[in-house]
Each structure stands twice: as C-alpha cells, then as structure tokens.
Write a protein that binds this ligand. Structure first.
Ligand SMILES: NC(=O)c1ccc[n+]([C@@H]2O[C@H](COP(=O)([O-])OP(=O)(O)OC[C@H]3O[C@@H](n4cnc5c(N)ncnc54)[C@H](O)[C@@H]3O)[C@@H](O)[C@H]2O)c1
Length: 230
C-alpha cells in the first residue's frame, strides 16, 4: 500500500517493466500518483505505460549509464514537476557462482549496487529542494542467507542493505525523512534506525552472558534441502 502522503506525488520505479516492478507501478497509479517506468525493457515498459495512461510514462533508461539516468530524471521533472519517490528495483540475476568472471561481477554490481547509488544521486537535489521524498531499495533475503552456487546476487543485495543504512544517515539531513530498504526483514528509515529484525552483530550487547549451552542440530536438519531463494 502506498502511504497517504505520497499518493499525489511522482515515483520513478527502476525495473518497473516486469513482475514486481509492474505491481509497484500499478500500486502508485491506483493510489493516484504519477509513475515513471525506468527500464531497459522497452516492450514491457511501453505497453504498461500505454495501458495505464497519462499518469504513467516509460523512460528507456539503462541504470548503468549516467547520461540516461540524468535524462530520465530531467524528463520526469519536466513532465510531472518533481520526483517524490524513487524505487530502486531494477536488478540482474546473472550469477554463475564461483565460475563467474570479473566482467560478470562488474556487470551485476553495476546494475544492482552502482545503479541504485547513481539513481539516488540524481534524484537527491530534486527531493532536497522540496524537502520531501522517499527512497525504497529492494534487497532480498539472499543478502543474509548462505546459498551454494550463488556469489554475485546475494553479495549485491547485502551491499544494498548497508548502502541503505548509510544513505539514510546522509539523506536525512536533506529533510527527506523516508529512505527504506525492503529486505523482507529489515526496514531502515531516514534517521538510520533499523526498524525491522536486525543482524545479530548490530543488536545491543547483553550485560551478562547467558551460561553456555551445548548446541544441538535440530532433528532431521542434515537432510533438509536448501530453500529456493531469490
Ligand atoms: N522475484 C523474487 O522472488 C524476489 C525476491 C526478493 C527480492 N526481489 C527483488 O525484487 C526486485 C524485482 O525482482 P523481479 O524478480 O521482479 O526482477 P525481474 O528480473 O523480473 O525485473 C527486473 C527488472 O529490471 C530491469 N533491468 C535489468 N537491468 C536493468 C538496467 N541496467 N537498467 C534498467 N533496468 C534494468 C529488467 O528489464 C526488469 O524489468 C529485484 O530488486 C529483486 O532483487 C525479488
């Protein structure tokens, strides 16, 4: 659900042309907001924009390209008068685990991490000017669960969790109070506070340590198959 204060605004949704991105764009549209689909999927983005009408605009944007990012943000401001929400959702899943080469690493990090940082950098002055804005970074449970055969995607999502925390600290001073990292379990808000379940090392230390107990593996755990994670 789109928060009440954002329903009359404008959202840029990177990766808005497919699956989850389309759902997000439709939610903004249904709430009364304008939305820009920033994606490399021209067919998907165009057809979504045509279906939803004047308040939804497709911007052919590759978030690995700073020039295209700048043009997307400038077109959004020109058409809708500003940017109130940025949803950093575009991602790459290309991951050959240990077999991945340097180019694979750079490519995936460019989309999943650097693209998010550059989109944020581009919208920041527009949000700061209005002292209003929200940034939502889509991460994943893969950020914190060990998975065999996947090195790139989980690492990129873990990096995004930390990027969201630090981003929240810096952007809060712009007067844009909402920066959210959605991981399924962690929600980080604009003052850097972690509102969801926190990683163990971030939790406050106990004054007295509990007496050590021998750790036992739960019954049947040896045969448990890994869950499919995205
Ligand atoms: N699908 C899941 O089960 C799941 C689970 C947890 C988190 N997520 C997160 O949700 C988000 C969306 O996932 P999804 O499964 O819908 O992904 P998807 O692959 O269906 O969509 C990603 C979108 O990003 C776009 N994209 C890729 N590279 C781009 C680039 N360089 N510039 C601009 N756009 C680009 C693609 O064209 C596509 O439209 C991702 O951030 C993903 O990590 C998904």
């Amino acid at each position: 659900m789109i928060p009440r204060g954002l329903r009359d605004g404008t959202a840029i949704v990177t990766g808005g042309a497919t699956l989850i991105g389309q759902v997000v764009v439709r939610a903004f549209h249904e709430a009364g907001a304008s939305a820009v689909v920033a994606d490399i999927d021209a067919a998907g983005g165009d057809s979504l924009a045509r279906e939803l009408g004047a308040r939804v605009f497709f911007s052919a944007t590759d978030i690995r390209d700073d020039g295209q990012i700048e043009r997307c943000v400038a077109d959004t401001v020109e058409r809708f008068g500003g940017v109130d929400v940025l949803v950093n959702l575009a991602c790459s899943y290309v991951d050959e685990g240990a077999a991945s080469g340097r180019q694979d690493w750079l490519e995936l990090l460019d989309v999943n991490v650097v693209g998010t940082a550059m989109m944020t950098k581009a919208v920041r002055p527009h949000m700061a000017a209005k002292r209003r804005g929200a940034i939502v970074n889509l991460t994943s449970i893969s950020a914190k669960v060990a998975q065999a055969g996947r090195w790139l995607y989980p690492v990129s999502k873990a990096a995004l969790v930390q990027l969201t925390r630090n981003m929240a600290m810096d952007l809060a001073s712009d007067g844009t109070p909402r920066q959210l990292g959605l991981t399924g379990v962690d929600v980080v808000q604009g003052d850097g506070r972690d509102l969801g379940r926190r990683p163990r090392q971030d939790r406050p230390r106990r004054r007295t340590l509990p007496s050590p107990r021998p750790r036992r593996r739960p019954r049947g755990s040896g045969s448990r198959r890994p869950l499919p994670l995205q």
